[in-house]
Design a protein around this ligand. Sequence first.
Ligand code: ZN
Ligand code: FE
Ligand code: FE
Ligand code: ZN
Length: 266
Amino acid sequence: MSWPPDYHLHTPLCRHATGEPVAYARNALARGLTEIGFSDHSPMARDDFDEWRMRLDQLDDYVAAVEHARREVPELTIRLALEVDYLPGHESWIRSLAKRHPWDYFIGSVHYLDDAWDVDNPHKLEQWRHRDVDGVWDAYVQRLTAAAASGLFDIMGHIDLPKKFGHRGQQSLAQLYEPFMQAARAADVAIELNTAGLRKPCQEIYPARELLASAQQHGVAITFGSDAHAPEEVSQDFAAALTLARSVGYREARTFQKGQKAARSL
Ligand code: ZN
Ligand code: FE
Ligand code: FE
Ligand code: ZN
């Protein structure tokens, strides 16, 4: 079995993950992976924006920790990346981040629906009671589509994140996401199969099969990510993700080196 790269790994700098990058890398190697990528939560322009990401003055430490893992585990190809929050108005900040280091790729993630509500935050579940579920999904997909069209990102992260705690709308997912799929295809942005959903109340990979099938029909490329916040989560449930990808017709995963795209067969 040859595994696709695990492109979604965190580090303790984001304040809610454990284990140094070297430990993630050793686990990846032990599980038979040949390539991984660190994509920890990127700093915001203001460090007081929230409390679940690295501070700006830690960005160099982050790069150093990934480079350290490269030296300690030379058998493994280790990519340097970030999971970057997309919020309208943050574009110039994201562009300036992109220039700071020779990143291999950026995962663009929508966590925030407005400046104060990160929809996946378990401490803010209460927000859901004040909102119309379909309205949340509409707003989420709108923001995600703008992110895909922005040209700032290589991969869109966990594209159906609002399902995390089980909030499902009435609308057809394929219809709801049609504008997003067109934007992703037009910008040639990949989406990820993110297995963390299997560890959450929704108990389902991000994205749902219906969305993945639609992505495949639109010609949108894919990557794989465990969204590991601990070394033992590296490549967790990749067998299920591979089976899902193949079942809707995918035959390759996209890879990145300094923003350059390549493909690896599945
Ligand atoms: Zn996280
Ligand atoms: Fe995320
Ligand atoms: Fe993540
Ligand atoms: Zn994530």
